[in-house]
Design a binder for this molecule. Sequence first.
Ligand code: BDR
Ligand code: CA
Length: 324
Amino acid sequence: MKRKVIIDTDPGIDDSLAIMMALASPEIEVIGITLVAGNTPVEMGFENAKKVLKHVGRLDIPVFKGADKPLKKEFVSALDTHGEDGLGESFLETVEGYEQELSALEFLEQTLEKESVDVIAIGPLTNFAQLLEKNETAFNNIGRFVSMGGTYKSHGNCSPVAEYNYWEDPDAASIVYAQMSKIHKKIEMVGLDVTRKIVLTPTLLEYIKRLDKETGTFIQQITKFYFDFHWEWEHIIGCVINDPLAIAYYLQPDLCTSFESYVQVETESISRGQTLVDAYSFYKQEANAKICTQVDVKEFYYMFLERVLHKTREELDILEEILR
Ligand code: BDR
Ligand code: CA
């Protein structure tokens, strides 16, 4: 039985790679993609999601537009990182149509009222805070809840202490983590400690192109701007692709080392968006999160390329060497 999954996203370059990976994973059925304002405004995210779905021939997947701004804070996109079209300034051809009648909130509510479905959230958590406010029973029916966001020991990527998704809507993240405590569940936090290790290098990209010219060219088109951004800001040759790791971790949790802890998300001033991880249990609170701390990078790339390029492990003959 395939597990049903909803991907909540703000595409976004690395979001697009995550969507490609999820749709090429036979263990899961992606029943819908919900959009949130984050890297991109929702309308742009909608256009980008369709471009990615068209590339993989999966325009049958419904895409629902969600929250167009954070709960309380002003909306700040990440187009400086993702390019003016939110897809690395690839300016791919627009895909017309495919509007859904339901909003993301309505889709989430109606689905979760009927059955428990897993969520992989790779953008700010606004849609889920709204769902909780509207229909707590539906929210509580989320199965596994994997969230790319936050950081434990690694430095932030949009403040010294905060990762973008939680910085963008800290109020939503705070509400979601607090609810996890209330219902004795654990959100699975795939934060910068692990995603920062996932660097798409020029050699890997070249290898991808050699194995599959069409997909490789698509990935090159959408990541070129990201490569330049990383060189300028992080002095990295290549780019960090955060979001596909959330998919890989969902599929294979032992890909990451993790521990359980109580986590609170800060909402104001210089600590806005910080994930306060009480690893030593000063607060004596029950754990509401599972925090990833280390990742098997080689295994991630095997999983990513096997799926996105539809190759067997044997066909990825020189990957081991490339990653050495
Ligand atoms: C997160 O923010 C966005 O830039 C990426 O898509 C990822 O979800 C990393 O901080
Ligand atoms: Ca994202």
